[in-house]
Design a protein around this ligand. Structure first.
Ligand SMILES: NC(=O)c1ccc[n+]([C@@H]2O[C@H](COP(=O)([O-])OP(=O)(O)OC[C@H]3O[C@@H](n4cnc5c(N)ncnc54)[C@H](OP(=O)(O)O)[C@@H]3O)[C@@H](O)[C@H]2O)c1
Length: 310
């Protein structure tokens, strides 16, 4: 099973690295090995390595910057994955790709299902949606996982920003009218590998369950987010309180009561965000026989890792 991972230095890519030993031959590349702004680079690398599976963990994720640099966002979020998908199909390979809650406008009441109509509010969301289409239209055996509010002990993310701010600020204003589920890279990688195992793409791993009943491979688009829901303000309060409980708050100037809620309209950002980022996980749980843990469990696990890292 030859597997090619794009985006090895990002939050999600880094989480994949220690798990890639489930595949027999692996090539993990970042910007230095393959600049995704050139489709010829991508195709040449794929033709040369001839993977059975491509995992694309790369993306242009600077949501506000994308408003000013739409061409680069289009290249990395749409044209690059489309080129990967075309090459994957030529080799009859499978492809895993990641997308975002920002493909929706957030106006729906309740959680978004996979087939709800998309209406991105930002360049980032729009280019990610074009990337979804490029992958699904060009590679038959594709898994597209839409996730949200991604965090991990490594890389840049909201959780780590709040920890840094807690050490330098005595009070903070955080938006309380955008709702979603903070999702750890650990959960995303675990579920991705389980889905690939059940689709028998990981050939050296038996699919779980009764071996006499082989599940039908399930390709397509799936929401992949942690259980539960919160808003950025409650999330920030949870992070600060838990970090203090875990003994990580020695240098904090901030406590959770000093984190004040504000509406999005009082925190102008270049790219508008959806107010409702809730994604239903009904489809993915049924397809791959999953239990999905609450977002707080992910935060607890990543905070423990940050504590150990020191
Ligand atoms: N972060 C979130 O909150 C969030 C929310 C919803 C969905 N998602 C989706 O989840 C997936 C993983 O996101 P993430 O948080 O892991 O992203 P990330 O940490 O920003 O990592 C993205 C990676 O893509 C690489 N990349 C960007 N431009 C490139 C180029 N021209 N050539 C080669 N590599 C390039 C970056 O390389 P450098 O390290 O060199 O910059 C980086 O390593 C993405 O599909 C993202 O859209 C993320």
């Amino acid at each position: 099973m030859r597997t090619l991972l794009f985006g090895k230095d990002g939050q999600l890519g880094r989480e994949f690295i220690p798990h890639l030993n489930v595949f027999s031959e692996v090539l993990a590349v970042g910007r230095n090995e393959c600049d995704l702004s050139c489709e010829e680079n991508i195709q040449a690398l794929i033709e040369q390595f001839r993977p059975d599976l491509i995992i694309n963990a790369s993306a242009y994720t600077a949501v506000d910057q994308a408003e000013k640099d739409a061409n680069t966002a289009l290249q990395i979020n749409a044209l690059a994955p489309t080129a990967m998908a075309k090459s994957a199909q030529r080799l009859n390979s499978a492809m895993v790709h990641y997308s975002t809650d920002y493909v929706f406008d957030g106006l729906k009441q309740g959680a978004y299902e996979e087939l709800d109509s998309c209406n991105p509010l930002s360049v980032y969301g729009s280019t990610k949606l074009q990337g979804e289409h490029g992958v699904s239209a060009n590679c038959v055996r594709h898994l597209i996982f839409r996730t949200s509010w991604v965090f991990s002990a490594h890389g840049s993310n909201f959780l780590k920003t709040i920890l840094k701010l807690a050490a330098t600020k005595e009070d903070l204003r955080v938006i309380d009218d955008q709702w979603g589920a903070p999702t750890s890279t650990e959960l995303i990688v675990r579920v991705s590998l389980q889905a690939l195992g059940m689709n028998a793409v990981i050939k050296n791993k038996e699919p779980p369950g009764d071996q006499t009943i082989q599940p039908m491979p399930q390709w397509g688009i799936f929401n992949l987010v942690a259980g539960g829901e919160t808003n950025w303000h409650a999330y920030a309060q949870y992070v600060v309180s838990l970090a203090q409980e875990l003994g990580m708050g020695d240098k904090f100037l901030l406590d959770a009561t000093k984190i004040n809620p504000i509406p999005s309209k009082d925190y102008p950002q270049l790219a508008p965000r959806p107010l409702n980022s809730r994604l239903s996980t009904k489809k993915i749980r049924k397809a791959f026989n999953l239990n999905i843990s609450d977002w707080r469990e992910g935060v607890q696990a990543e905070l423990q890792k940050i504590k150990i890292q020191g």
